[in-house]
Design a protein around this ligand. Structure first.
Ligand code: NAI
Length: 250
């Protein structure tokens, strides 16, 4: 494998599972020094161990913890070149506008959207000092199209991530900082399995709408993140990067 990320320092949130874990492995294979951030101490530490990286236990909704995690990454490895702001949670069981309560709504916005605001806010100054950096924020295909299954709090949070990424991408382009939104389609991870456990027919309903006829594997999303993190995407910023099996094009 070509080492497109040789020597670069990458901080990945939600690195203990699913897309974050697959990306930690891909980044390490491409030569990056990987900082694995997760709320869960066991899976996060295991991920860091697998990629010979640094584990930081942090709740990405906690402002002080986000400030500290980037500082710790820079203190340990000397720079911050890539921030993959990826931690997130699935929607509440019945996420219709008519049934989702205010507390459940606020929780989804906090973990999926406010966390990305905090991660961008505190990663960007490190990158400004270096005059370069690549930020990838995980949104979702539901940020660009309506989902057949109600998930209003989740879709709104991901729409916010997409809008924020575009705006920041434009704002910081002249400082050498690229900021893109990654929009995966349905990916075979614990998050998706949790949704299907709540509603077993959801999987079949989803598959009908995916032209490639299957769910993505986390490694397929990680390959796209590695591209966005690397210089191979050097002319891309403020972009909506869909990796969705064709679901948004159908
Ligand atoms: P996952 O559930 O497998 O992994 C998420 C990780 O984030 C877990 O390790 C969890 O401990 C961590 N996490 C959750 N809250 C946290 C917090 N407050 N602070 C720090 N870490 C926290 O999920 P998956 O599927 O890998 O999802 C990753 C991202 O991709 C999420 O933002 C999700 O919304 C998004 N996404 C997932 C899709 C899918 O079909 N799996 C499709 C489109 C987007």
């Amino acid at each position: 494998m070509t080492k497109r990320l040789d020597g670069r320092v990458a901080v990945i949130t939600g690195a203990g599972s699913g897309i974050g874990l697959a990306t930690a492995k891909r980044f390490a294979a491409e030569g990056a020094k990987v900082v694995c951030v997760d709320l869960d101490p066991e899976s996060g530490a295991k991920a860091a161990n697998e990629v010979d990286g640094l584990f930081i236990q942090a709740d990405v909704t906690d402002e002080a913890a986000v400030i500290a995690m980037y500082q710790q990454a820079v203190d340990h490895y000397g720079s911050l070149d890539i921030a993959f702001n990826n931690a997130g949670i699935s929607p509440p069981e019945d996420d219709s506008i008519l049934t989702t309560g205010l507390e459940a709504w606020k929780r989804v916005q906090e973990v999926n959207l406010t966390s990305v605001y905090l991660c961008c806010k505190y990663a960007i100054p490190h990158m400004q000092r270096q005059g370069k950096g690549s930020i990838i924020n995980t949104a979702s295909f539901v940020a660009v199209m309506g989902a057949a299954t109600s998930q209003i709090s989740y879709s709104a949070s991901k729409g916010g991530v997409l809008a924020m990424s575009r705006e920041l991408g434009v704002q910081f382009a002249r400082e050498g900082i690229r900021i893109n939104a990654l929009c995966p389609g349905p990916v075979n991870t614990p998050l998706l399995q949790e949704l299907f456990a709540k509603d077993p027919e959801r999987a079949a309903r989803r598959l009908v709408h995916i032209p490639l006829g299957r769910f993505a594997e986390p490694s397929e999303i990680a390959a796209a993140v590695a591209f966005l993190a690397s210089d191979d995407s050097s002319f891309m910023t403020a972009n909506t990067f869909l990796v969705d099996g064709g679901i948004s094009g159908a």
